[in-house]
Design a protein around this ligand. Structure first.
Ligand code: HEM
Length: 152
């Protein structure tokens, strides 16, 4: 149980913390400092390094989560905050899968073809989805930790 919970929360820290940094710090800094062609290349190079960690997180988070639920005796006796975490976690994972297979693929293709307007459009979609996932992720952490004392 301690290993599963540690892997679960470490994966959450890497994923949600990484999204927070990308959205709140790197995104405005890149707009300030770089022209679109370089900025789009920076994002492809950044996502290429970040997304393997997110893949590990989207596998480890549910694997460890459902393993712990198994140890608790299944879904029937779970407190409400775990049901909410499960629901929000599934939404977050679906949003990531969509980002990876749709706008991120379009961004890579556009950058390879030096099609900067198409790249800008794909990046704007990724920005919106990553912003949404950052908010859901922070809310989920709040519910999983502090919220458990309010929502049983
Ligand atoms: C795939 C869906 C998920 C399932 C099935 C799941 C399941 C669980 C379970 C069973 C626990 C242990 C609860 C306890 O010890 O009372 C837990 C803890 C936790 N989960 Fe999740 N989880 C999921 C997704 C997420 C996501 C997406 C986040 C954050 C973005 C998250 C954040 C946390 C945190 C911070 C804890 C530690 C709570 C504490 O011990 O204070 N979980 N999760």
């Amino acid at each position: 149980m301690s290993i599963a919970l540690a892997l679960h929360v470490l994966s959450v820290v890497v994923w949600v913390g990484g999204m927070f940094f990308a959205y709140m710090c790197l995104r405005p800094a890149a707009v300030e400092v770089l022209e679109p062609p370089l900025r789009l290349q920076l994002w492809v190079a950044t996502f290429r390094r970040f997304f393997p960690f997110v893949w590990a997180a989207v596998i480890l988070i549910p694997a460890a989560g459902y393993w712990m639920i198994g140890k608790f005796g299944g879904f029937a006796n779970l407190p409400l905050y775990v049901h909410i975490m499960n629901g929000l976690g599934i939404v977050m994972i679906l949003i990531f899968l969509h980002v990876f297979f749709a706008p991120y693929r379009r961004l890579r293709r556009a950058v390879e073809a030096a099609d900067w307007p198409a790249g800008g459009k794909a990046l704007a979609q990724i920005r919106m989805l990553v912003g949404t996932n950052t908010l859901i992720g922070l809310a989920t952490v709040a519910i999983a930790t502090g919220g458990r004392y309010l929502i049983h």
